[in-house]
Design a protein around this ligand. Structure first.
Ligand SMILES: C[S@@+](CC[C@H](N)C(=O)[O-])C[C@H]1O[C@@H](n2cnc3c(N)ncnc32)[C@H](O)[C@@H]1O
Length: 286
Protein backbone atom coordinates (compact mmCIF):
# COMPACT_ATOMS: atom_id res chain seq x y z
CA UNK A 1 0.00 0.00 0.00
CA UNK A 2 2.82 2.40 0.91
CA UNK A 3 4.47 1.60 -2.44
CA UNK A 4 1.27 2.46 -4.31
CA UNK A 5 0.89 5.75 -2.44
CA UNK A 6 4.51 6.60 -3.21
CA UNK A 7 3.92 5.89 -6.91
CA UNK A 8 0.91 8.24 -6.85
CA UNK A 9 3.09 10.90 -5.15
CA UNK A 10 5.73 10.50 -7.89
CA UNK A 11 3.08 10.94 -10.60
CA UNK A 12 1.81 14.11 -8.86
CA UNK A 13 5.33 15.52 -8.54
CA UNK A 14 6.19 15.03 -12.20
CA UNK A 15 3.04 16.81 -13.37
CA UNK A 16 4.27 20.08 -11.91
CA UNK A 17 7.79 19.64 -10.48
CA UNK A 18 7.27 22.30 -7.81
CA UNK A 19 10.49 22.88 -5.81
CA UNK A 20 8.49 22.98 -2.53
CA UNK A 21 7.34 19.39 -3.07
CA UNK A 22 10.85 17.94 -3.45
CA UNK A 23 11.88 17.47 0.20
CA UNK A 24 8.62 15.73 1.19
CA UNK A 25 8.75 13.42 -1.81
CA UNK A 26 12.38 12.48 -1.15
CA UNK A 27 11.61 11.63 2.52
CA UNK A 28 8.69 9.53 1.39
CA UNK A 29 10.72 7.65 -1.26
CA UNK A 30 13.68 7.00 1.05
CA UNK A 31 11.29 5.54 3.66
CA UNK A 32 9.69 3.26 1.07
CA UNK A 33 13.10 2.14 -0.15
CA UNK A 34 14.30 1.22 3.33
CA UNK A 35 11.01 -0.60 4.01
CA UNK A 36 11.53 -2.57 0.81
CA UNK A 37 14.98 -3.59 2.09
CA UNK A 38 13.49 -4.80 5.38
CA UNK A 39 10.83 -6.95 3.77
CA UNK A 40 11.13 -10.08 1.71
CA UNK A 41 9.77 -8.18 -1.24
CA UNK A 42 12.90 -7.76 -3.31
CA UNK A 43 11.81 -6.96 -6.87
CA UNK A 44 14.97 -5.45 -8.41
CA UNK A 45 12.93 -3.51 -11.00
CA UNK A 46 10.86 -1.78 -8.31
CA UNK A 47 13.97 -1.02 -6.26
CA UNK A 48 15.82 0.46 -9.22
CA UNK A 49 12.72 2.50 -10.18
CA UNK A 50 12.68 4.09 -6.72
CA UNK A 51 16.46 4.54 -6.67
CA UNK A 52 16.46 6.27 -10.05
CA UNK A 53 13.51 8.47 -9.09
CA UNK A 54 15.38 9.55 -5.94
CA UNK A 55 18.48 10.32 -8.03
CA UNK A 56 16.41 12.38 -10.46
CA UNK A 57 14.54 14.34 -7.80
CA UNK A 58 17.78 14.99 -5.85
CA UNK A 59 19.41 16.39 -8.98
CA UNK A 60 16.27 18.23 -10.11
CA UNK A 61 17.50 21.78 -9.65
CA UNK A 62 14.54 23.56 -11.17
CA UNK A 63 15.96 26.67 -12.87
CA UNK A 64 14.31 29.99 -12.00
CA UNK A 65 13.64 30.48 -15.69
CA UNK A 66 11.57 27.26 -16.06
CA UNK A 67 8.36 28.51 -17.64
CA UNK A 68 5.13 26.94 -16.36
CA UNK A 69 2.50 29.32 -17.72
CA UNK A 70 1.70 31.15 -20.93
CA UNK A 71 -0.20 28.56 -22.94
CA UNK A 72 -3.29 28.31 -20.68
CA UNK A 73 -5.25 30.83 -22.75
CA UNK A 74 -4.41 29.15 -26.07
CA UNK A 75 -7.64 28.48 -28.00
CA UNK A 76 -7.79 25.19 -29.88
CA UNK A 77 -10.22 25.04 -32.79
CA UNK A 78 -13.21 22.67 -32.62
CA UNK A 79 -11.68 20.79 -35.49
CA UNK A 80 -8.50 20.03 -33.60
CA UNK A 81 -10.36 19.09 -30.45
CA UNK A 82 -12.32 16.41 -32.27
CA UNK A 83 -9.27 14.38 -33.27
CA UNK A 84 -8.75 11.23 -31.13
CA UNK A 85 -5.84 11.80 -28.80
CA UNK A 86 -3.60 10.24 -26.18
CA UNK A 87 -2.73 13.68 -24.78
CA UNK A 88 -4.35 15.96 -22.23
CA UNK A 89 -5.68 19.44 -23.02
CA UNK A 90 -2.78 21.25 -21.31
CA UNK A 91 -0.23 19.51 -23.54
CA UNK A 92 -2.25 20.23 -26.68
CA UNK A 93 -2.50 23.93 -25.78
CA UNK A 94 1.21 23.97 -25.06
CA UNK A 95 2.00 22.49 -28.51
CA UNK A 96 -0.09 25.12 -30.26
CA UNK A 97 1.51 27.91 -28.21
CA UNK A 98 5.01 26.54 -28.90
CA UNK A 99 4.76 26.69 -32.69
CA UNK A 100 2.70 29.91 -32.67
CA UNK A 101 5.35 31.78 -30.67
CA UNK A 102 8.58 30.06 -31.76
CA UNK A 103 10.86 32.62 -33.35
CA UNK A 104 14.13 30.75 -33.89
CA UNK A 105 15.43 29.13 -37.05
CA UNK A 106 15.14 25.43 -37.78
CA UNK A 107 12.78 22.70 -38.87
CA UNK A 108 9.92 21.31 -36.77
CA UNK A 109 9.98 17.55 -36.23
CA UNK A 110 7.34 15.40 -34.59
CA UNK A 111 8.03 11.79 -33.62
CA UNK A 112 4.82 9.89 -32.86
CA UNK A 113 1.67 11.53 -34.19
CA UNK A 114 -0.82 8.64 -33.95
CA UNK A 115 -4.13 10.05 -35.32
CA UNK A 116 -2.64 13.53 -35.63
CA UNK A 117 -4.03 15.37 -32.61
CA UNK A 118 -0.60 16.65 -31.53
CA UNK A 119 0.30 17.27 -35.19
CA UNK A 120 -2.83 19.37 -35.75
CA UNK A 121 -2.08 21.49 -32.66
CA UNK A 122 1.48 22.08 -33.85
CA UNK A 123 0.16 22.90 -37.35
CA UNK A 124 -2.56 25.22 -36.07
CA UNK A 125 0.03 27.14 -34.03
CA UNK A 126 2.43 27.27 -36.96
CA UNK A 127 -0.25 28.60 -39.31
CA UNK A 128 -0.77 31.50 -36.88
CA UNK A 129 2.92 32.31 -36.44
CA UNK A 130 3.43 35.57 -38.34
CA UNK A 131 7.22 35.46 -38.24
CA UNK A 132 7.62 32.05 -39.78
CA UNK A 133 8.16 31.78 -43.50
CA UNK A 134 8.91 28.08 -43.65
CA UNK A 135 5.65 26.32 -42.78
CA UNK A 136 6.14 22.57 -42.54
CA UNK A 137 6.10 19.95 -39.83
CA UNK A 138 8.06 16.76 -40.48
CA UNK A 139 5.95 13.97 -38.99
CA UNK A 140 7.33 10.49 -38.37
CA UNK A 141 5.33 7.44 -37.35
CA UNK A 142 5.12 3.79 -38.34
CA UNK A 143 1.32 4.25 -38.55
CA UNK A 144 1.09 0.55 -37.68
CA UNK A 145 -1.84 -0.30 -35.43
CA UNK A 146 -1.19 -2.00 -32.10
CA UNK A 147 -4.01 -3.39 -29.99
CA UNK A 148 -3.05 -1.25 -26.93
CA UNK A 149 -4.18 1.78 -29.00
CA UNK A 150 -7.82 0.65 -28.57
CA UNK A 151 -7.75 2.22 -25.10
CA UNK A 152 -7.83 5.64 -26.78
CA UNK A 153 -10.45 5.00 -29.43
CA UNK A 154 -13.66 6.52 -28.12
CA UNK A 155 -14.29 8.10 -31.51
CA UNK A 156 -17.17 6.15 -33.21
CA UNK A 157 -15.56 6.48 -36.65
CA UNK A 158 -12.38 4.87 -35.41
CA UNK A 159 -14.24 2.17 -33.52
CA UNK A 160 -16.26 1.33 -36.62
CA UNK A 161 -13.05 1.10 -38.65
CA UNK A 162 -12.01 -1.88 -36.51
CA UNK A 163 -8.33 -1.58 -37.48
CA UNK A 164 -6.43 -4.79 -36.74
CA UNK A 165 -3.05 -5.34 -35.09
CA UNK A 166 -0.32 -4.76 -37.71
CA UNK A 167 -2.49 -2.79 -40.19
CA UNK A 168 -1.60 0.71 -41.38
CA UNK A 169 -3.72 3.55 -39.99
CA UNK A 170 -2.14 6.25 -42.17
CA UNK A 171 -5.36 6.95 -44.07
CA UNK A 172 -7.14 7.76 -40.79
CA UNK A 173 -4.31 10.14 -39.83
CA UNK A 174 -4.85 11.92 -43.17
CA UNK A 175 -8.60 12.00 -42.61
CA UNK A 176 -8.24 13.75 -39.27
CA UNK A 177 -5.50 16.17 -40.32
CA UNK A 178 -6.84 16.99 -43.81
CA UNK A 179 -7.27 20.75 -43.13
CA UNK A 180 -3.53 20.98 -42.34
CA UNK A 181 -2.31 18.88 -45.27
CA UNK A 182 -0.23 21.72 -46.71
CA UNK A 183 1.67 22.10 -43.46
CA UNK A 184 2.51 18.44 -42.91
CA UNK A 185 5.27 16.36 -44.44
CA UNK A 186 4.62 12.74 -43.46
CA UNK A 187 7.15 9.91 -43.30
CA UNK A 188 5.78 6.42 -42.72
CA UNK A 189 8.94 4.92 -41.30
CA UNK A 190 10.25 3.37 -38.12
CA UNK A 191 12.86 4.22 -35.56
CA UNK A 192 14.84 1.00 -35.36
CA UNK A 193 15.58 0.15 -31.76
CA UNK A 194 15.95 -3.62 -31.85
CA UNK A 195 12.90 -4.16 -29.63
CA UNK A 196 10.11 -3.98 -32.22
CA UNK A 197 10.38 -5.11 -35.85
CA UNK A 198 8.76 -3.09 -38.65
CA UNK A 199 8.87 -3.81 -42.39
CA UNK A 200 9.35 -0.10 -43.02
CA UNK A 201 12.27 2.13 -43.93
CA UNK A 202 14.40 3.25 -41.01
CA UNK A 203 13.95 6.84 -39.91
CA UNK A 204 16.73 9.07 -41.15
CA UNK A 205 17.11 12.81 -41.02
CA UNK A 206 18.55 14.43 -44.11
CA UNK A 207 17.04 17.81 -43.42
CA UNK A 208 18.62 20.96 -42.08
CA UNK A 209 19.00 22.19 -38.55
CA UNK A 210 16.15 21.47 -36.17
CA UNK A 211 14.30 24.16 -34.21
CA UNK A 212 11.74 22.02 -32.36
CA UNK A 213 11.65 18.25 -31.86
CA UNK A 214 8.70 16.59 -30.11
CA UNK A 215 9.47 13.04 -28.95
CA UNK A 216 6.38 10.90 -28.31
CA UNK A 217 7.36 7.47 -29.62
CA UNK A 218 7.95 5.50 -26.46
CA UNK A 219 9.35 5.67 -22.94
CA UNK A 220 12.11 3.08 -23.25
CA UNK A 221 15.77 4.00 -23.25
CA UNK A 222 16.51 2.43 -26.66
CA UNK A 223 13.94 4.67 -28.42
CA UNK A 224 15.30 7.82 -26.82
CA UNK A 225 18.89 6.87 -27.62
CA UNK A 226 17.95 6.09 -31.23
CA UNK A 227 16.16 9.45 -31.52
CA UNK A 228 19.27 11.20 -30.18
CA UNK A 229 21.56 9.37 -32.62
CA UNK A 230 19.48 10.32 -35.66
CA UNK A 231 18.43 13.88 -34.82
CA UNK A 232 20.74 15.50 -32.27
CA UNK A 233 23.56 16.19 -34.80
CA UNK A 234 21.12 18.72 -36.32
CA UNK A 235 20.22 20.45 -33.05
CA UNK A 236 21.26 24.10 -32.67
CA UNK A 237 23.05 24.92 -29.45
CA UNK A 238 21.12 27.55 -27.50
CA UNK A 239 17.94 27.43 -29.58
CA UNK A 240 16.63 23.91 -30.31
CA UNK A 241 13.71 22.92 -28.08
CA UNK A 242 13.34 19.20 -27.36
CA UNK A 243 10.01 18.11 -25.87
CA UNK A 244 9.70 14.72 -24.18
CA UNK A 245 5.97 14.17 -24.14
CA UNK A 246 6.03 11.08 -21.90
CA UNK A 247 8.59 12.47 -19.43
CA UNK A 248 6.40 12.53 -16.30
CA UNK A 249 4.52 9.26 -16.79
CA UNK A 250 5.19 6.57 -14.21
CA UNK A 251 6.61 4.04 -16.73
CA UNK A 252 8.90 6.75 -18.17
CA UNK A 253 11.69 6.31 -15.60
CA UNK A 254 14.16 5.64 -18.43
CA UNK A 255 13.25 8.94 -20.13
CA UNK A 256 13.98 10.81 -16.89
CA UNK A 257 17.23 8.89 -16.48
CA UNK A 258 18.19 9.74 -20.07
CA UNK A 259 17.52 13.45 -19.45
CA UNK A 260 19.37 13.39 -16.10
CA UNK A 261 22.43 11.87 -17.76
CA UNK A 262 22.28 14.53 -20.47
CA UNK A 263 21.81 17.39 -17.98
CA UNK A 264 24.70 19.32 -19.54
CA UNK A 265 22.96 19.31 -22.91
CA UNK A 266 19.30 19.42 -21.91
CA UNK A 267 18.36 22.46 -19.83
CA UNK A 268 14.76 22.48 -18.49
CA UNK A 269 12.75 25.16 -20.29
CA UNK A 270 8.95 24.59 -20.21
CA UNK A 271 6.80 22.55 -17.82
CA UNK A 272 3.16 22.23 -18.79
CA UNK A 273 1.00 20.75 -16.03
CA UNK A 274 1.07 17.29 -17.66
CA UNK A 275 3.53 14.53 -18.42
CA UNK A 276 5.37 16.70 -20.98
CA UNK A 277 8.60 18.59 -20.31
CA UNK A 278 10.63 20.69 -22.74
CA UNK A 279 14.36 21.33 -22.69
CA UNK A 280 16.66 23.78 -24.41
CA UNK A 281 19.52 22.00 -26.12
CA UNK A 282 23.02 23.28 -25.55
CA UNK A 283 26.22 21.74 -26.77
CA UNK A 284 28.10 20.18 -23.87
CA UNK A 285 31.51 21.74 -23.28
CA UNK A 286 34.13 18.99 -23.25
C1 LIG B 1 1.99 7.74 -27.74
S1 LIG B 1 1.58 7.58 -29.40
C2 LIG B 1 1.56 9.27 -29.95
C3 LIG B 1 0.33 10.04 -29.49
C4 LIG B 1 0.09 11.30 -30.28
N1 LIG B 1 1.17 12.26 -30.16
C5 LIG B 1 -1.25 11.96 -29.96
O1 LIG B 1 -1.34 13.20 -30.16
O2 LIG B 1 -2.23 11.31 -29.57
C6 LIG B 1 3.04 6.93 -30.08
C7 LIG B 1 3.09 6.82 -31.59
O3 LIG B 1 4.43 6.50 -31.95
C8 LIG B 1 4.45 5.50 -32.94
N2 LIG B 1 5.69 4.73 -32.71
C9 LIG B 1 6.09 4.13 -31.56
N3 LIG B 1 7.29 3.57 -31.71
C10 LIG B 1 7.69 3.83 -32.99
C11 LIG B 1 8.86 3.52 -33.75
N4 LIG B 1 9.89 2.83 -33.21
N5 LIG B 1 8.94 3.95 -35.03
C12 LIG B 1 7.91 4.65 -35.59
N6 LIG B 1 6.78 4.97 -34.91
C13 LIG B 1 6.66 4.57 -33.64
C14 LIG B 1 3.17 4.70 -32.74
O4 LIG B 1 2.74 4.16 -33.99
C15 LIG B 1 2.19 5.75 -32.19
O5 LIG B 1 1.40 6.30 -33.22
Amino acid sequence: MRVLLAIAAIQDYFREEQPNDRAGLLDNLRCVLSELEDTEFHDPKIRSFFEETIRYVEADCVPEALQRLGWGGEKLSELVQQIPTMLCKETLSYYKWLTRTFDELGEIVELGSWMGSSTACLAEGLSQNPGREQKAIHVYDSFIWRDWMKTYTEDPELQAANIREGESFLKYFWGYTEPFRDLIDVHQSALKTGTEQFALPAIEWGGGQIGILVMDFAHDRASNEAMWRVFSPSFRSGSTIVVFNQFGNIPAGQVRQFCREKALELVPLHKPCSSAKAFLYQKAIE
